[in-house]
Structures are given as structure tokens and as C-alpha cells.
Design a protein around this ligand. Structure first.
Ligand code: FBP
Length: 555
């Protein structure tokens, strides 16, 4: 195979472990912490997880390894969207497994959770693993979005585990996948299978974090990748001085990615979904907010700018969510066929007009026609509108254009507005992991095996103190049940890990809020440049601004 020079160089990189894990397997012992309680709904969660609830938080420290030696056969899966560093979680896991005992085995189940059900696996060896060290992607075994949650699936997984003599399963995934890891751990314990289950926190969206998990892996690299390109676009905008760039960035729900990119690049505008919801902003109010920046900059002769739009934004606009709910209702069941049979858009438009409340129709009516039509094109398997497919970067630039036309007619604006659109998502999910993600992920994997070796189940591999150099990182484990509460999902009460949205009183948002008025008018762009893998630590080992602000390292 032809390898790029960087690929070869990254194979040679030795990821940094937390200081306490650096002395070799025989010198790692457990320090017991306090028993835990779930973040809310304690009685209900305890009743649902009688075998795994309330266990102690633990950390590892230097000291004689007291774990009981046994042959380990571990299965691992990657679950959900790709995130840079996933390969290193598996490499760290593999190295710890083999350093403990060469005869231990690591099986990778292919294509995500379905690999466990279909018993589709590969047994890792040095040659296989070495081809993936410090590389991006999930192609080592692939990933998938099948949910492991039914009793039927758990029975099959138990059979597969028995067949291979699995002692443990490691699930690398986001909030949903780790919720399922907790349920599977409870099932395995309740049925005395002897199979331990350990989770690892992954997602570029950054919404799997809490007082225990400081960051999900992949967020660092993905946001640095987007920020590099946004910075380049800012420089292009400032050079040509003729375009407003509307840049949508991934983040299915929470706006952490958009906020981090804004902190890195200081654009003129960045929308934050959580703020839009808290202030109950309408589409029109958001468009006015952006148009104000365009107009003020135009008054200074700057007919250019950059606006960051989070992928999940429209679901945070209350009137838009109501509109979507009404459309789903309007087209439920056979009415979809009736709608599809209408001869042209005019007839469809009237059907919609007659079926929506006046309030929702008013919202529908201000949407540009391509968005109106998008709402009826792609539907999910339940027949619902796929909000994530709406081109919100184009939606907002179109709404802003209308606002500016009205202002021009009223004589309050006299600039030029020419918009370009970008969507950055997949570009960042498989980048070579930054040194931070390479180190963090390797540590999560290595640490996951230490949890297995010491007999823990239903735990999330936890590496903290991440804003400090890696030798000061703290490795340990946290019962997943500690992060759970009860939420309503598909009409049922379910135990789930609480999704972390952007906190409007948190330091990252506060910093942004304190500066955004200035950024909206001035050209205050910053240019992060490409991720640096080799060079001085202050350039190569930087964490995100979000983490630095949360930990008080930046003011
Ligand atoms: P995870 O939550 O599984 O990590 O995935 C997040 C994400 O990258 C979102 O940012 C994006 O909306 C989504 O995946 C895209 O999913 P898909 O890969 O299925 O198109």
C-alpha cells in the first residue's frame, strides 16, 4: 500500500498516557472513591439497575497490581458517527491487553453493534493494529447505528459472547450507545454471564460530557479541522471583501461545535441553538440579528463577513418545531399519498395552507420556496420530516437577503450582499487525530482494559484533568448509572445519559457573549491554521478553548 509521509510519521508517534499508567501493568493499583448516585431519579434508576447501581468511583494510581490473573477475551465495537481517535482507543486497549498477557485476545466486531449480533468479527494481531495507529476514521472495523437495547438482542449477544468465551465487551460510542452499554452491563450481571461491559465516551458533537467526563473524544480534532477552514475562509473574505459566507457546522443537536469554532476564529456571527431556544427567538428575529451585523459592517464599507450556523439550529426555534410537528401530523398515514398525488406545487401549497394553523402557516410562508419543498421531500422511516437535511445555512442567508431588501426599500441600508454557503461535517470526522485526541483516545482504551482487569462492569473509562499536560491526567472509571436520569423517549420513560447542551451560564458561552458585539461589526478574525502534529508542545498539544475556559485556564 502507498502511504503518505504523514501517515508513516504518525505510525511512529507514541501516544502519551496519564502519568499513573506509565509504569507498566504490574504497577497500577486501584484507589477506591465514594459510592455514586445517579444525577436524578435515584430510586427509579436504582430499581432498574439493581446489580450495577451505586458502585464506587475509582481512580488508578502507582502501586502493586492486585488484580486476579485470568485469560481475557475482549470484544470491542465502534458505535455511531465517526470521531477522530477511535482507532487509538482500540490500539490502547490492544496494547494493555497484550502487555498483561500475550495470550489474551481482542476481537473487533464489525460494522457497529450489528457486528455483535451477527457475530461478524476479526481477531486483532500486531500487524493489523499497527496499520491503524494514530490514524483517523473508524475503518479498522467500521461503525453503525444499530441500537443494542432489546432483550432479544441481549440474548443473542450473550450467545455470541459464550461462543467466543468473551470476558468483556467495550462499547465506544456517544450518549445513546453508552446508555445501552449500561443496560447491557446490567443484563450480563443479572444473568451471571461473567461478561463485563465498559464504555468509552465518543462524539465530535461534544454533547457527552458532565462533571465526570470533561470531553468526548473527537471534538478536539473535528473543531480544529473546521476552525482551520473557517479561518481560511475569513482570510479569503477579508481579502476579496465581496462575500458573506454562511458556514453550517455539524452537531446534530447541541451547538458545542459551532461555539468552539467561534471561539477559535472570532467570526462576525455565530448562532447558538440553546440561546435561540432560551430566548424563544423566531426565524425573523434571528434573520434581523444577522442583518444588523451585515448592515453595520456595510456602513463601515465592509460588505463581507462570516456567519457560523449550527446544524441543529432550526429544532431550537420554537415556532419552527411547532411547524414541523404540524406537518408530521398533516402527512400522517395515507395523507402522504394524497399529498404526493397532487399535480403541482401550487396545489400542494394550498393543501398545506388549509392543513396548518394560521400561526404555523405564517412561519411556513416566510421560508424560501426551496426550504418549503425540502420539508416535503425527504422523510424518515416513520414519515417524519428530516430536519437535519434542511439547508439552514441557505435558509438564513435567504431570510437575511429579504430583510436587507426591505431595509433598502426603507432607505436604512445601502450595502451589497452576496452570500456563499458551506457545510463542514464529514470533513472533520475522520481527520488524523490531533495529539490531544491521539493521547486521550489511547489512554481511554488502555484504561478501559485496566477496568476490565480489575473486574469492573457498567463503568465508563474516565480520563480527566485534560486541560493539563498528559502526565498530570487522572485515569479511572465512573459507573455509567451515575450519569443517568429518566427521560421521555418515544412516549416511554427511559433511563438515559443526560445529553449535555451548551450552558448559557458556562464560561465558554459567557466569553463568546462578552465579545460577539465587537466581532459582529469589526473584522476581528483569528486564523488557527492546520492542526500541527510535530513541533513545540504549546502549538501541538493545545486542547480546545471550550475546555480551557471551562477549567479556568483562559479568561
Ligand atoms: P454521533 O452522535 O454518533 O457521534 O454522531 C454525530 C454526528 O457526527 C452529527 O454531528 C451528525 O449530525 C451526524 O453524526 C451525521 O450522521 P450520519 O453519519 O449518520 O450521516
Amino acid at each position: 500500500m502507498n502511504l503518505s509521509p504523514l501517515q508513516k510519521a504518525r505510525y511512529e508517534y507514541s501516544p502519551k498516557l496519564p502519568g499513573m499508567l506509565r509504569n507498566g501493568i504490574s504497577d497500577i493499583c486501584v484507589k477506591n472513591g465514594a459510592p455514586t448516585e445517579s444525577v436524578a431519579d435515584q430510586d427509579k434508576i436504582k430499581a432498574l439497575f439493581p446489580n450495577t447501581y451505586g458502585k464506587n468511583e475509582i481512580t488508578f494510581e502507582k502501586g502493586a497490581n492486585t488484580s486476579v490473573a485470568k485469560k481475557q477475551v475482549v470484544g470491542v465495537i465502534l458505535s455511531g458517527g465517526q470521531a477522530p481517535g477511535g482507532h487509538n482507543v482500540i490500539c490502547g486497549l490492544y496494547d494493555a491487553i497484550k502487555a498483561t498477557d500475550k495470550s489474551n485476545v481482542l476481537l473487533g466486531f464489525k460494522g457497529g453493534p450489528s457486528g455483535l449480533i451477527e457475530d461478524d468479527f476479526v481477531e486483532f494481531d500486531d500487524e493489523y493494529i499497527n496499520a491503524y495507529r494514530n490514524t483517523g476514521g473508524f475503518d479498522i472495523i467500521g461503525s453503525g447505528r444499530t441500537k443494542l437495547e432489546t432483550e432479544e438482542q441481549f440474548k443473542i449477544v450473550t450467545e455470541v459472547a459464550k461462543k467466543h468465551g468473551l470476558t468483556a465487551i467495550v462499547i465506544i460510542g456517544g450518549d445513546d450507545s453508552n446508555t445501552n452499554a449500561a443496560v447491557l452491563a446490567e443484563y450480563m450481571a443479572a444473568h451471571n454471564t461473567g461478561v463485563q461491559v465498559i464504555g468509552c465516551p465518543k462524539t465530535i458533537d461534544g454533547d457527552l460530557k458532565n462533571e465526570d467526563i470533561e470531553a468526548s473524544f473527537g471534538f478536539d480534532t473535528a473543531t480544529k479541522t473546521y476552525s482551520e477552514v473557517i479561518g481560511n475562509i475569513e482570510r479569503d473574505a477579508n481579502s476579496a471583501k465581496k462575500y458573506w459566507h454562511f458556514v453550517k457546522v455539524m452537531g446534530r443537536s447541541a451547538s458545542h461545535v459551532a461555539l468552539e469554532c467561534a471561539l477559535e476564529t472570532q467570526p462576525n456571527i455565530c448562532l447558538i441553538g440553546e440561546e435561540v431556544a432560551a430566548k424563544k427567538m423566531s426565524l425573523s428575529a434571528i434573520a434581523d440579528y444577522i442583518a444588523d451585523s451585515v448592515a453595520k459592517r456595510a456602513a463601515n464599507g465592509d460588505n463581507f463577513g462570516v456567519a457560523i450556523i449550527p446544524e441543529g439550529i432550526v429544532e431550537f426555534v420554537p415556532e419552527f418545531s411547532k411547524l414541523i410537528a404540524e406537518i408530521n401530523e398533516l402527512l400522517a398515514g395515507k395523507k402522504t399519498d394524497e399529498f404526493n398525488a397532487l399535480p403541482n406545487w401550487d396545489a400542494k401549497y394550498n393543501f398545506i395552507k388549509n392543513g396548518l394553523t394560521a400561526e404555523s402557516f405564517a412561519v411556513f410562508d416566510i421560508l424560501p420556496q426551496f426550504v418549503q419543498q425540502q420539508l416535503f421531500l425527504e422523510r424518515d422511516p416513520h414519515g417524519n420530516v428530516q430536519v437535519s437535511l434542511i439547508e439552514s445555512e441557505k435558509l438564513f442567508s435567504a431570510l437575511v437577503k429579504d430583510k436587507l431588501a426591505a431595509r433598502k426599500a426603507a432607505g436604512t441600508y445601502n450595502g451589497k450582499f452576496s452570500a456563499l454557503h458551506h457545510f463542514f461535517g464529514y470533513e472533520g470526522r475522520c481527520a488524523f487525530p490531533s495529539n490531544f485526541d491521539a493521547d486521550y483516545c489511547y489512554s481511554l482504551g488502555y484504561n478501559a482494559f485496566m477496568l476490565i482487569q480489575y473486574g469492573y462492569t457498567g463503568y465508563l473509562s474516565k480520563v480527566s484533568n485534560l486541560s493539563k499536560p498528559a502526565d498530570e491526567w487522572v485515569a479511572g472509571g465512573m459507573p455509567i448509572t451515575k450519569m443517568m436520569n429518566i427521560e421521555r423517549r418515544n412516549g416511554e420513560d427511559k433511563p438515559v445519559i443526560r445529553k449535555a447542551l451548551v450552558e448559557l451560564d458556562g464560561a465558554p458561552f459567557k466569553y463568546f457573549e462578552a465579545h460577539r458585539e465587537e466581532w459582529a461589526v469589526k473584522t476581528a478574525y483569528t486564523y488557527p491554521g492546520a492542526i500541527q502534529y510535530f513541533g513545540p508542545s504549546e502549538v501541538c498539544d493545545l486542547t480546545t478553548r471550550t475546555l480551557a475556559l471551562e477549567k479556568g485556564m483562559l479568561k
